[in-house]
Design a protein around this ligand. Structure first.
Ligand code: MN
Length: 245
């Protein structure tokens, strides 16, 4: 079979990034997508593709036109694209599934690929003693919150989101309140239950860990590590995308 590619935590539009770096990331991401078209059969995006995503009934952000076009090109070339929502881009509506042709999952998925059992989740909300976040997640994902936000004009809404994001986020720090441990914990549990591969993102720390017969892969990110996963039908590999930095 042709390889399946995995990528996560690209955080497009993160306001703390320099314009040049963002342009470079875009160029490299497009090259990566071309590689998938050339060599692969499937791309699995494991959350936080965008630093912030919100879509209205008739409106999507125009900054990412290049990305929509590229994803559509991939789909038209026969690439199956799965998109698992992360904690930054959980407001996914119908745009990617209906207009671009992606398979969108709000909470990840499990699937057998070429006889191997995969569990693919973003990995947020797995802190060992953090029920507050889980509660917040439940509330934010409720329909009424979405419909309230819909009444904010897009120009205002996106400016607010940017300002908020700039204040509250620090990508380089690993303040995770035991979340990384929680992720490892779950990965170990799931491999014990018989999963061959447990794939996550979220904490931006690339990891390739064997638990018994199973393997936990954390895909890292495309902010500092530029890592991605590849499944050739038998084995998983965690690789670094090479380019001049
Ligand atoms: Mn995340």
């Amino acid at each position: 079979m042709k390889p399946v590619y995995f990528i996560s935590d690209i955080h497009l539009g993160a306001p703390s990034l320099h314009v040049e770096f963002e342009a470079k990331r875009k160029t490299e991401l497009l090259k990566f997508f071309d590689t998938v078209i050339e060599n692969g059969s499937r791309l699995i995006i494991v959350g936080d593709l965008f630093d912030f995503w919100y879509e209205y009934k008739y409106v999507v952000p125009k900054n990412y036109f290049w990305l929509y076009a590229k994803l559509k090109e991939m789909v038209d070339n026969g690439i199956v694209i799965d998109y698992v929502a992360g904690n930054h881009d959980f407001f996914l509506g119908e745009f990617f599934s209906k207009s671009v042709g992606l398979r969108v999952y709000q909470d990840g998925f499990s699937e057998e690929i070429n006889g191997k059992k995969f569990l693919v989740i973003h990995g947020d909300g797995l802190a060992l003693k953090d029920s507050g976040y889980r509660m917040l997640k439940k509330i934010l994902r409720k329909g009424f919150v979405r419909s309230v936000i819909r009444w904010i004009h897009p120009d205002v809404g996106f400016s607010l989101a940017k300002a908020f994001s700039k204040k509250s986020r620090e990508y380089t720090s690993n303040k995770d309140f035991g979340e990384t441990d929680g992720m490892m914990h779950l990965a170990e549990k799931k491999t014990n239950e018989g999963y061959d591969f447990v794939i996550m993102g979220h904490n931006h720390i690339p990891k390739f860990e064997r638990f018994g017969k199973g393997i936990y892969v954390n895909l890292g990110d495309w902010l500092r590590n530029f890592t991605y996963g590849i499944f050739d039908g038998e084995a998983m590999q965690l690789l670094t995308w090479e380019f001049e930095r």
